[in-house]
Design a protein around this ligand. Sequence first.
Ligand SMILES: Nc1ncnc2c1ncn2[C@@H]1O[C@H](COP(=O)(O)OP(=O)(O)OP(=O)(O)O)[C@@H](O)[C@H]1O
Ligand SMILES: [Mg+2]
Length: 313
Amino acid sequence: MTILDVRDLNVVYRANGREIEAVRDLSFTVEKGDSMAVVGESGSGKTTLAVAIMGLLPSQAIVRSGQILLEGQDLVTMPESERRKIRWKKVAMVFQASQNALDPVKKVGSQLVELYLYHNRGAKKEEALDRVAKALLTVNLSQSIMNMYPHELSGGMKQRAVIAASLLLEPDVLLADEPTTALDVVTQAEILLLIKRIVSERGLTLLFITHDISLVASLCNRIMVMYGGTDMESGPMRDVLLSPTHPYTQRLMEVLKGLEEGRLTLEQLREDQGRGCPFLSRCRFAESRCAEGLPKRRSLGNREVRCLVRGEG
Ligand SMILES: Nc1ncnc2c1ncn2[C@@H]1O[C@H](COP(=O)(O)OP(=O)(O)OP(=O)(O)O)[C@@H](O)[C@H]1O
Ligand SMILES: [Mg+2]
């Protein structure tokens, strides 16, 4: 069953009198229980996508067109009063750099209890305490951290606490935006294992956002590769890793193999915008027709690929 269906989504930011197209004609679907990796380099629109799904875009951003269907209901046109009932309860998010989201002057326990009570008006404090204790248990944190301040926790513990917070209202879909980036490799691996276990125990649907394809190879069963705000290639993880079809995915795999370090500056990315395929200037297969517009998505076997040249097989 399709739980999330994003169709032709366009999100722009208005900044300094100009518009930045952060998400362009992006389309993908996620089946219930899937773990989908959203992979792309800095500035490719990953966070904008996730925040748009949460309905928490800043005021300078607008969803220009498209749909975000959650179990068939369009979140884009849904009134905020309805959306509030869904946010955190059906779809929750672990924000990028969210270790810093904990309030430094409040104990971890009371922050989580407040969060629970805020979203469950009328709930009793005992119920909230019980739910917080369970959520902490899920992320392998002992109850004693409830009486600790954020600065008393290690980076990994803080990230666990933030994950516990995202699970408090028992969402069906979890959006995790670079949840391991600031951590050392050992802690990173622990958090990945933790997420993997929670996803399987709860039957969660996961969108795991990262710039590091190697991180998600074994965590996720599906992958969407983003570039310039749009979906370049999406399909089953194993198949995309074994036979990347889009030139950009191929390039990512080369980077992974250590052949080449390829990072794009935001300035380069912006230059590319509006000139046909976003990957045009770096693509070794590029032809003049690639400059004519954003290539349409095509089905190639079990893959959706946005490429004119490769699309011809
Ligand atoms: N608040 C904002 N105002 C203006 N432009 C923004 C804002 N947030 C993001 N952008 C721009 O939108 C584009 C996509 O940014 P986004 O943060 O979604 O990318 P990302 O893939 O999450 O990058 P990263 O890997 O660095 O987190 C970028 O060009 C970025 O500069
Ligand atoms: Mg981001």
